[in-house]
Design a binder for this molecule. Structure first.
Ligand SMILES: *Cc1c(COP(=O)(O)O)cnc(C)c1O
Length: 348
């Protein structure tokens, strides 16, 4: 158990449902989702399909499951999957892409971003004697390990156009798609439009306890429902979770700009200290990545000292930390955390 008054900046997945969301969950109409009889799940799936401009959608337990189900639907074993450098699907899914879909992953570019030229150069056609055929390209928007970077929409359009020409499927990892929409002013439907499949997380900035929703054509989503069952992810009366998602879409999307402003305030405080190296240009949404200066303590030491002082952050590398802002972390908490981190990064 954590002390009650810690400031937890480890992940925007640490959101807790608000009282009003809990209320909406308790009042949910429910049924057996495996028979398509849960009205709340059906409403959520229809809502997300419409939001993302796709024909159909399916609720899945997590963002990892959304990626894994999509990989299974869109690739064949032995395919290669092109992703941006340090993609979630490569770094944070315990090798699942190889285990579940039998694919290998080829990262291109750094910081998660890449261009259509880099994409084209990384692809191989089906039917070559030796090269693994490229079956899929995944774009992460915003990019987690890139520090919440927004994927430039012009690059998305160029990459997806190239993929269509080459017969390569396209997937949008939209764990933080609403953050990208907030930062760019583009609608999530526009951001998702170029992709064959796209998904959003309910459990990160939107503030729900669990769940992601994967959208695509009716045929792809029918295939995804079968894979979800194969992976043990078909559940029953999950209308409680869907009701949280519907509540979040109604009430907790427009506030994401507050998280972005709070992340910037924290980043500016760290950048003002010689102990941290923060590229403020990369602080576009709700994630702050900071490197420790050469004479500052290492990340493990900083994380431990900050924890002792009541601030939780995530170690992202030997000399790199990540902090995220989200519902429930207000400006005062960010400023306080900034002071704690600056003090903890003093030498000695
Ligand atoms: C968190 C995250 C996921 C996985 O979501 P889980 O619900 O934690 O499984 C996938 N992609 C990105 C970019 C993420 O940040």
């Amino acid at each position: 158990m954590l002390p009650r008054d810690v400031i937890d900046l480890r992940s925007d997945a640490n959101t807790l449902p608000t009282a009003a969301m809990r209320d909406a969950m308790m009042r949910a109409s429910i049924g057996d989702d495996q028979y398509g009889e849960d009205p709340s799940v059906n409403a959520l799936e229809a809502r997300v399909a419409a939001l993302l401009g796709k024909e159909s959608a399916v609720f899945v337990a997590s963002g990892t499951m959304a990626n894994q189900v999509a990989l299974r639907v869109l690739t064949r074993p032995g395919d290669e999957v092109v992703v941006g450098g340090e993609a979630h699907v490569l770094w944070h899914e315990t090798g699942a892409a190889a285990a579940n879909a039998g694919v290998q992953i080829k990262p291109v570019g750094t910081t998660g971003l890449f261009t259509a030229d880099q994409f084209r150069a990384a692809t191989h056609p089906r039917g070559h004697m030796v090269f693994p055929p490229t079956g899929l390209v995944v774009i992460e928007n915003t990019h987690n390990r890139g520090g919440g970077l927004v994927f430039p929409h012009a690059d998305t359009l160029a990459i997806c156009t190239a993929a269509d020409q080459l017969g390569i499927a396209t997937l949008l990892d939209g764990a933080r798609l609403f953050n990208a929409a907030c930062a760019t002013g583009l609608a999530v439907s526009e951001l998702a439009q170029p992709f064959r499949m796209a998904w959003i997380a309910l459990s990160k900035g939107l503030g729900c306890p669990a769940g992601s929703v994967l959208a695509g054509s009716a045929a792809d989503i029918a295939a995804a429902r079968r894979v979800r069952r194969m992976f043990g992810g078909a559940m029953r009366q999950i209308g409680f979770l869907a009701a949280a998602g519907l509540y979040a879409l109604d009430h907790q999307v427009t506030r994401l700009g507050e998280d972005h402003a709070n992340a910037r305030a924290l980043a500016e405080r760290l950048a003002a200290s010689p102990a941290f190296d923060v590229d403020l240009g990369t602080v576009q949404t709700n994630i702050v990545i900071a490197r420790l200066a050469p004479d500052a303590p290492d990340a493990a030491t900083l994380v431990a000292r900050a924890r002792a002082a009541g601030v939780l952050i995530f170690q992202f590398g030997p000399r790199m930390i990540r902090a995220t802002t989200y519902l429930g972390i207000d400006r005062r908490a960010c400023l306080e955390a900034g002071e704690v981190l600056v003090a903890a990064a003093k030498r000695g």
